[in-house]
Each structure stands twice: as C-alpha cells, then as structure tokens.
Design a protein around this ligand. Structure first.
Ligand code: NI
Length: 220
C-alpha cells in the first residue's frame, strides 16, 4: 500500500471515529432530554418513547371517582392500569387519547376478554376546579365504559401530578374569564405492583399501544 493511500485511509478512519463519538453523544443527550418528561406539553410530542428503565413514576393517592366515591391506589391493587392525565374541556388531544384507550380496550375485550378484566383504564383530571365528579361522569359517557375518571381537591391532584411527573399549568384566555390547561400527554402502563412498565405517546396509535400491551401482558 502506498504511503499516501495509507495516510488517507487513516484520516478517513479517524474522521469516522470522531463522527461516531459525536453521534453517540447526541443520541445520549436526546435520551436524557426525553427522560425529562415533565417539560413535555400536550400535542408537542414527537419521536420515540424514552428509555423508562429505572424511572420512578407513581405512588399512593387519595382521589374521588366519577360516582363521587373516595378511592385510593389500593382500590386498583393487582390490576394493570392504563393511566392518562388530562381534562374534560381539552379541545383536541385528550379526547383523541381517550378514544385511543377506548379502542385498545375494545380490541382487548374482543380477543382476550379475560385479560381485559385485569386492565383498568384511568382518566385523571389536571383541572379539578372544573372537573367535578359529575362533569367527569358526563364526559366519560363518550368513551369506553371501563374508563374510570378520577378527580380530587387541588392538593390531592397536585400530589398525584408530582408522583407521575405530570406537567400541567393553567393558561388564561385573553378574551374571556375562561382558561385552558397546558399539560403533558402520556399514557402510562402500570403493572399490578404499581411499577411503570410501558408508556405511550401521542404518536403511538391504537394498534401500536395494543401490540405493546399484549406483549406486556404476556399474550404475544
Ligand atoms: Ni388535553
């Protein structure tokens, strides 16, 4: 091999190595950013799900269901939970995500009725001031009957938001007394022991959620 060819090959190899290191660094930073769940906002989601290994999500709670009954995490012990945080006045993202959960539950019930009984979908409000039990009950008639709505006092909702790393903040409407709530949009899959086992984003469609759920339930 001629010395100049050898030199060129060596230069190419060094260049590739540098590019690889930069690429890995960028990938690592991206994963770190995706792990910073709480800063993501409703509808601004894109990209793949983060690496959830070791992510501490969830905890005890004390809330009220859509029938006005007090419930805690113990009422759902031993079940898989599909948990979504949102609010009933949400114009677009929340209804879409609840429709997605409804579709997933319907598919699961049709093909695996016994397994479907072990999965409890929960819709937890981030707007407890307007989302009373009655408002939640009325709203949930639009979706799958298995979805349980949970509301509570502001401190109760603040606590569960913190435990589940949910970002949600009121945004005032300039033209009226109304407000909207900017909030993160994830569907968490919690296991029977209340550990986070999977999570889904706005871009994961019902089929993708369903297929992953089957895998997590040991059905595929
Ligand atoms: Ni929403």
């Amino acid at each position: 091999m001629k010395p100049e060819i050898k030199k060129r090959l060596l230069r190419t190899a060094v260049f590739c190595l540098i590019a690889l290191v930069i690429g890995m660094g960028a990938g690592w930073i991206q994963i770190q950013m995706q792990d910073a769940l709480s800063v993501k906002k409703d509808g601004q989601d894109s990209g793949k799900g983060p690496n959830i290994a070791g992510l501490k999500i969830g905890g005890p709670f004390s809330l009220t269901n859509q029938d006005g009954k007090a419930v805690t995490e113990k009422d759902f012990a031993g079940e898989y939970k599909l948990i979504y945080f949102g609010f009933t006045f949400c114009p677009a993202i929340c209804p879409t995500e609840l429709q997605k959960i409804s579709r997933v539950m319907k598919m699961l019930e049709e093909r695996y009725p016994e397994a479907a009984k072990t999965v409890q979908p929960l819709f937890i409000t981030v707007d407890p001031e307007r989302d009373t039990a009655g408002v939640m009950k009325q709203y949930l008639t639009l979706f799958h009957p298995r979805i349980t709505g949970l509301t509570g006092t502001i401190p109760q909702i603040d606590q569960i938001k913190k435990e589940y790393r949910i970002y949600a903040t009121k945004v005032k409407d300039e033209n009226s007394d109304e407000y909207t709530v900017d909030h993160s949009s994830f569907i968490y899959l919690m296991g029977p022991d209340d550990d986070l086992i999977s999570m889904y984003r706005v871009n994961d469609n019902a089929d993708a959620v369903y297929n992953d759920l089957l895998k997590q339930l040991g059905l595929s």
